[in-house]
Design a binder for this molecule. Structure first.
Ligand code: AP5
Ligand code: ZN
Length: 204
């Protein structure tokens, strides 16, 4: 089973991915988590992408495509995987197709922009595991601490309101066209196209 989660920043891709990957026993491949780990470890890749991520821009297609190409070769991907945050541009979607990778489902989560701003300003994450919380909508048992480990929760560098608005603009300009791309593919090449599912992200 190969699934793509599509949706604006803060739509709930990571949150839903945790349920789906557990249910199907497949790994979650989050390009955002992979890049944040590289930034934290100060690898060559991390140093290269740190600034663009912190300011809410997109990392170049070449870097991201190479990262995914390598990751899906891992043995844990042999029964499928869930892509969270990839593809994010038409060239990234084309690269996936050119590699002969067949996707079963594209799941779009649709959420209003204003709801997004409030979700991201209250988001807290446990860096070690990627577990996601919200100060109001999904609070941890103990304020500021991860439920499993008791370690402190962090706020992402790109969750400042001004940066969130920039990420939303980039989403509408560069990522939302993928909705039409996959819907058209389902009409023109139904045998090769993934099934397209759109869900309303539940309001808080
Ligand atoms: P990435 O990590 O992918 O960030 P994103 O797409 O901006 O998405 P988020 O992780 O912010 O949101 P989410 O949809 O996962 O929401 P979540 O479940 O956490 O990418 C980060 C950066 O990396 C990019 O800006 C770019 O620089 C780079 N990058 C990554 N991939 C790239 C690519 N392919 N190409 C180029 N650059 C790339 O939920 C958000 C909050 O809402 C949480 O607090 C949660 O608890 C809460 N919440 C969730 N669901 C609900 C609900 N139903 N009701 C109320 N609250 C909810
Ligand atoms: Zn996420």
């Amino acid at each position: 089973m190969r699934i793509i989660m599509l949706g604006a920043p803060g739509a709930g891709k990571g949150t839903q991915a945790q349920f789906i990957t557990e249910r199907f026993g497949i790994p979650q491949i989050s390009t955002g988590d992979m890049l944040r780990a590289a930034v934290k470890a100060e690898t060559e890749l991390g140093l290269q992408v740190k600034e663009v991520m912190a300011t809410g821009g997109l990392v170049s297609d070449d870097i991201i495509i190479a990262l995914i190409e390598e990751r899906v070769k891992s043995p844990d991907c042999k029964n499928g995987y869930l892509l969270d945050g990839f593809p994010r541009t038409i060239p990234q979607a084309e690269a996936l197709k050119d590699q002969g990778i067949v996707i079963d489902y594209v799941v779009e989560i649709a959420v209003d922009d204003e709801e997004i701003v409030s979700r991201l300003s209250g988001r807290r994450v446990h860096e070690g595991s990627g577990r996601i919380y919200h100060v109001k909508y999904d609070p941890p048992k103990v304020e500021g601490k991860d439920d499993e480990t008791g370690e402190p929760l962090m706020q992402r560098a790109d969750d400042k309101e001004e940066t969130v608005r920039k990420r939303l603009k980039i989403y509408h300009d560069q990522t939302a066209p993928l909705i039409g791309y996959y819907q058209d593919l389902a009409k023109t090449q139904p045998e090769a196209a993934p099934e397209y599912v759109s869900v309303e992200g539940v309001g808080s």
